[in-house]
Ligand binder design. Structure first.
Ligand SMILES: C[S@@+](CC[C@H](N)C(=O)[O-])C[C@H]1O[C@@H](n2cnc3c(N)ncnc32)[C@H](O)[C@@H]1O
Length: 217
């Protein structure tokens, strides 16, 4: 399959997919594991939760989420990247209640009111805006009423004011969509797709945040 979005860097393949967490660990100066552990702790996962992960990637986040689940809980990941899916399957093969499916997340999906938690981690920033909205609508449909959406991604920041060791990798790695993502009012955009804002937490020098929303419709 060719690239879905020619001018985006969000589809990850080849060596980058194979060594994704190692690369992120380098970029975050050895802090990647700690950052992921903290945001997963903040999701307040309970043993029987059914979690859907949009753009699940390498399965790294799953290795932290699974620690909170009993065998009655489950995680379903969706992704389109062949190499990311391969990596996910390898990393998660010891967990019978963690599965990944090859599926586009930015077209209408039919997961109706089945899940207790929906995670979108480092995906929205790399998509064209109308595709982001469709992902959010899918997350809304997937969740049971009053259940929560977790968006772990870049926070709003002034790129020029960041330290050079963050500014330079951001400018080298990210595509044009990420530059406009950090400028937008996400609280308002997500509220408009059928969610109520719950809270926001910051990580890694306030460059990354997790926004928590609750489905009300
Ligand atoms: C930057 S990675 C993040 C992976 C993971 N969520 C994490 O936090 O480590 C973005 C992921 O989104 C997937 N992705 C991008 N566009 C997608 C789409 N339209 N449908 C499904 N997956 C998509 C990519 O294949 C990739 O695995």
């Amino acid at each position: 399959m060719g690239k879905l979005y020619e001018d985006s860097h969000i589809e990850i393949n080849g060596l980058v997919a194979k060594h994704y967490s190692r690369i992120l660990n380098l970029i975050t100066l050895g802090r990647y594991k700690r950052i992921i552990k903290r945001f997963v702790d903040d999701m307040n996962i309970v043993p029987e939760d059914r979690i859907i992960d949009f753009g699940a990637g390498s399965g790294y986040n799953e290795c932290f989420m699974i620690k909170y689940l009993s065998l009655k809980g489950r995680i379903v990941g969706l992704d389109i990247g062949e190499d990311m899916i391969k990596k996910f399957k390898k990393v998660c093969k010891k967990y019978p209640n963690v599965k990944i499916y090859k599926k586009r997340i930015d077209i209408p999906l039919n997961f109706e009111n089945k899940y207790d938690k929906a995670l979108i981690s480092f995906v929205l920033h790399g998509l064209p805006h109308k595709n982001r909205i469709q992902v959010l609508k899918n997350a809304n449909r997937a969740l049971k009423k009053n259940k929560r959406l977790y968006i772990f991604d870049y926070a709003k920041f002034n790129l020029e004011k960041l330290p050079f060791y963050i500014k330079i990798p951001f400018k080298m790695i990210e595509c044009k969509y990420a530059f406009e993502y950090i400028e937008k009012d996400w609280k308002k955009i997500i509220k408009d797709t059928g969610f109520k804002f719950v809270r926001k937490k910051y990580y890694y020098k306030n460059i990354v945040s997790m926004m928590i929303f609750e489905k009300y419709s």
